[in-house]
Ligand binder design. Structure first.
Ligand code: ADP
Length: 583
């Protein structure tokens, strides 16, 4: 008779099937961390179960001995891959290299070789016998050899070592993934305990073999861990990566208010390492942030902003309840993002808006005031005229001075109003303007003033100058300011106005041989009310707004204005305006 039957045989067959199924399932999850090694662990477990199943089933000693080899292939492979898996899954991969893997493989390989030739030596078994028990032929070891004990010690070391690694990982890992590690620990503990009991002589009579039941139990637990808790799944790996690398500080607090975990970003922000604070109550863990911790000690859900000091850094703090798989509250998840940059931008925007409002109010005030000044100034002018007549030549000096000051005030008011209008109102109607014509008019208009100041006005136009798209009134004002300045600051000198084409720009150049402008003043002359000290001595009644108005007009026309000047040698102002699209 080739086979014999015992009720335990189908149990082992079931274990084998279960293990092979688990192995195939995990294989499909590659290259997730631990998937390959766990698949191999399960495969060798399956081989062990097949070997044991057949070893019991065969009723012929030689076949039984052959199956005994299969059992060794199963156990050695299982122990080896279990060790590697435990190292990988507990995140200690850094210890895995060719040398450590080879070291871990040496003893299983030696034992496997010894098992293959077990009858040729007595290192594994000193006495192996076949006996009949309850009507079944059973092969059993009557006396073990030295290498068997070496193997037992090695297996225990690897099993318990791996076990401890996983235990440590379970304690350190985040609540979400702790359960799956606990389940693997549980699964591996059952066979280990029963195996130990067997070795210790607490054996049930053959052929019950409680180890088979322990393996069924382990298999079911692992199956549960895989289906229910996503064991050896990509999610924990992804979670781990995100949790570790994300810039948001994340902290887990358990129900007793103790720190259950925190990521690198939280470590950096809070200045404490996870090791230092794990299991410690939040208040004790962060003595420097007592105030903030106290404020949120009992808060389960909130989204708010906090500032570590009055001037930052600022964080957006979010607290969310953390629930376990059954929906029960398990702790709190605390997240903080650094929003200092955003806060600063918000602050700057606020300041800018306030500043704009201040400027707007000031402009409004100046506008009202300037309008209000117009009427009294006009009245003063008329009164001075009447007074001049009535006084018939008397007090002429005083009247002249009064006249001059009134004119100056009036000019200031008018310039202010012009500038305000230019700054507030949209640019008026645009048309194609012939710049040569515009300069011609300006020369005619200011010829009288030039003669009074004994200045020569000269115009060098460029022929066929393309037009510019402009508001001719504004442009004429801008040009006038330059010409008037040139006349005032060039007594008895020469002023040349020229027009030219430069790439896609039309250039108006006003050059004088006047007093010039010092380098330190050049950067300021376009600022409002800026007047060079020397200019105050001239006969110019300007108020320091002419160039500001000119620049504002040029800017409104998408043009540029620049100046070159040397003190005592003269100045040259150039306005560049985009050509009108002549097409
Ligand atoms: P102002 O009414 O005083 O002329 P502007 O804004 O027109 O005011 O000019 C600002 C200052 O720039 C003047 O006070 C003067 O010192 C200087 N400036 C302007 N144009 C010339 C020039 N052509 N030559 C020398 N200085 C000039």
């Amino acid at each position: 008779m080739l086979f014999q039957f015992a009720p335990i045989i189908p149990v082992y067959a079931l274990v084998a099937g279960l293990m092979l199924y688990l192995s195939a399932r995990t294989w499909g999850l590659r290259p997730t961390r631990g998937a390959t090694t766990w698949s191999m662990t399960m495969l060798f477990c399956g081989i062990y179960a097949i070997g044991t199943c057949l070893e019991i089933a065969f009723a012929i000693p030689v076949f039984k001995l052959a199956m005994n080899r299969l059992i060794y292939i199963g156990t050695t492979g299982f122990i080896f891959f279990w060790g590697i898996f435990a190292i990988q899954y507990s995140n200690e991969d850094r210890f895995l290299n060719r040398i450590t893997i080879s070291l871990l493989a040496i003893i299983p390989l030696v034992i496997l070789c010894l098992a293959v030739f077990a009858e040729q030596h007595s290192l594994l078994y000193r006495k192996y016998e076949f006996v009949y028990e309850n009507g079944l032929l059973i092969g059993q070891v009557a006396a073990y050899g030295i290498m068997f004990w070496v193997w037992i010690i090695y297996s225990y070391l690897v099993l318990i070592g791996g076990w401890l690694l996983l235990l440590r990982a379970a304690l350190r890992s985040h609540a979400m993934f702790r359960n799956q590690i606990w389940m693997v620990i549980l699964a591996s503990a059952a066979p280990l305990l029963i195996y130990t009991a067997q070795l210790a002589g607490l054996n049930l009579p053959a052929p019950v073999y409680p180890i088979a039941f322990a393996m069924v139990f382990a298999g079911i637990v692992v199956l549960l861990a895989m289906t229910h808790y996503r064991f050896v799944d990509i999610i924990p790996v992804a979670y781990d990566l995100v949790f570790k690398n994300v810039k948001t500080g994340i902290m887990l607090i358990d129900l007793k208010g103790r720190i259950a975990g925190m990521n690198q970003a939280a470590e950096q922000i809070l200045g404490r390492s996870e090791k230092q604070v794990l299991g410690v109550e939040a208040l004790t863990a962060f003595p420097n942030q007592q105030q903030i911790v106290k404020q949120f000690l009992d808060v389960n859900e909130i989204k708010t902003e906090i500032a570590v000091t009055d001037v930052g850094p600022y964080y957006e703090l979010q607290i969310a309840p953390l629930r376990n798989y059954h929906g029960e509250l398990a702790g709190r998840l605390i997240m903080f993002y650094d929003v200092t940059e955003r806060k600063q931008i918000e602050q700057q925007t606020l300041e800018l808006t306030m500043e704009r409002e201040r400027v707007r109010l000031l402009q409004q005030f100046i506008s009202h005031m300037s309008h209000d000044l117009r009427t009294p100034l006009a009245t003063m002018k008329v009164s001075q005229y009447i007074l001049r007549k009535e006084l018939a030549g008397q007090h002429l000096d005083r009247l002249d001075s009064l006249d001059k000051q009134t004119d100056r005030l009036t000019e200031m008011v008018e310039s202010m109003l012009t500038l305000l209008r230019l700054e507030e109102a949209e640019i008026g109607s645009l048309s194609k303007v012939d710049v040569n014509e515009l300069v011609g008019y300006a020369i005619v208009r200011h010829q009288k003033l030039a003669r009074e100041r004994e200045a020569q006005l000269q115009f060098i136009p460029t022929k066929d100058l393309p037009p510019v798209l402009a508001n001719s009134e504004e442009l004429s004002l801008a040009l006038s300011n330059l010409v008037v300045n040139a006349i005032y600051y060039t007594p008895g000198g020469e002023i040349t106005i020229s027009t030219l084409c430069d790439q896609d720009r039309v250039v108006i150049r006003v050059r004088d041989s006047g007093i010039g402008i010092a380098a330190e003043d050049l950067t300021h002359i376009f600022e409002r009310f800026y007047r060079v000290d020397g200019a105050r001595g001239t006969q110019n009644g300007g108020v320091g707004l002419g160039l500001t108005i000119t620049k504002t007009v040029v800017d409104r026309h998408a043009g540029t204005i620049d100046v070159q000047s040397r003190l005592g040698e003269g100045s040259e102002f150039s306005i560049r305006l985009p050509m009108a699209n002549t097409g």
